[in-house]
Design a protein. Structure first.
Lengths: 202, 202
DNA sequence: TCTGCCATGTAACAAGTTACATGATTGA
DNA sequence: TCAATCATGTAACTTGTTACATGGCAGA
């Protein structure tokens, strides 16, 4: 699938492996990621398969780079793939996997984990919003654009933003519920209040 | 990481590989998945590492199964892992990756993709809601529970539900925006109305 | 001179997917 | 008898991660 992510980026503009890596950290990160070792290998495989062609571009004051461009065959492969129905993505979220067994650690630790994780998502949200603002600065009202590339870009970006907001909201909600829960536990399982009353009543 | 998902399930109750597979299709799917070939291999590796122990359990009217249980070492490994800070999950969503390049296919096809994908998420949401209702039928008001295992379970389930709702909402929003967009494109790029007026004015 | 960025790669390993393979039991 | 479910595995392959490795250029 990385193949197609690369084709999508290259069809907009020929890029070197290094530049592709940077794009992956920029716009496309919302829904795909890759590290450079994977990208370089994939590019070679794709060139062998005739989906892309490379050529060396000398630069001044910088090392020569190897710029890849999509071939007709590559574009066709991309379009064919776009027409296929994607399956549901299988969720894999380490935080939620941990959360599932947080009964095994102290309540305070669990709360700290949630708070910390919320922070991470807040940072990511900020990053996405910054990207959106940059686009707005350059193109004005994004939903009024007549550029289809930009249009779809913006839809994807919105999804990413909505997703982060949802996650952050959930963290807050979970923290509140956790707070209620530990409060209740304290008042019923320690030697005071209700329990003691209960015993006295026997 | 699959290792820890397995430890989480086994610490609740010893299970065979086959039963684990079923759990992965049931509750834990919200944030992790695995197929049986992976599970069986992982269990063997974990047994070699002393994290679990197995024993054969003959059953009547059914094939003998090999039930795994967590060892003290396994439980310790699980708790250590729980204390660590998870990184942000890296999003990988094939649908969004495609969406990013939907300018390359016909607007109708793109809309059909969005509609189809929304349906998939609706089905998944239904599934989650059914699970929640089953839990409610068994335990009453889930947020009032005093069982920490159930409590964390429910928090995770809520995240999964919120996530599906967000996605479905986004699909609807995207479809509406896409509709506006293609309308606008039609009125400005075909040979009629404004464009023709423009030419006549020359 | 030293840090940081540009630029490209390889190697070893871990994780995940798909297909192949077997065999018992149950109920229609 | 035939399909479905229970039950467990292996093999081949694809993907993804981490670490290792190199070297130029720019600016402090």
């Amino acid at each position: 699938m990385l193949k197609f992510a690369i084709l999508e980026l290259l069809h907009r503009k020929p890029l070197s492996g290094y530049e592709l890596k940077r794009r992956f950290q920029g716009s496309i990160v919302f829904f795909w990621r890759a590290n450079h070792s994977q990208i370089y290998l994939e590019l070679k495989r794709m060139e062998k398969a005739g989906l892309v062609v490379s050529n060396q571009v000398p630069q001044d004051r910088r090392p020569t780079k190897k710029v890849y461009a999509v071939t007709a065959k590559g574009l066709e492969a991309l379009v064919q793939w776009l027409r296929g129905r994607p399956k549901l993505q299988s969720v894999k979220d380490e935080m939620l996997l941990k959360c599932f067994a947080f009964n095994l650690i102290a309540p305070d630790e669990a709360a700290a984990q949630l708070t910390h994780h919320r922070k991470l998502h807040e940072v990511r949200l900020e990053h996405y919003i910054k990207i959106k603002q940059q686009l707005e600065a350059r193109h004005g009202d994004l939903l009024e654009t007549s550029d289809p590339i930009l249009f779809w870009n913006v839809l994807c970006l919105r999804q990413a933003i909505a997703s982060e907001r949802m996650y952050i909201g959930w963290c807050g909600w979970a923290l509140a519920r956790h707070h209620d829960f530990t409060d209740k536990q304290r008042s019923t399982s320690f030697d005071g209040g209700e329990q003691l009353d209960g015993r006295l009543a026997n």
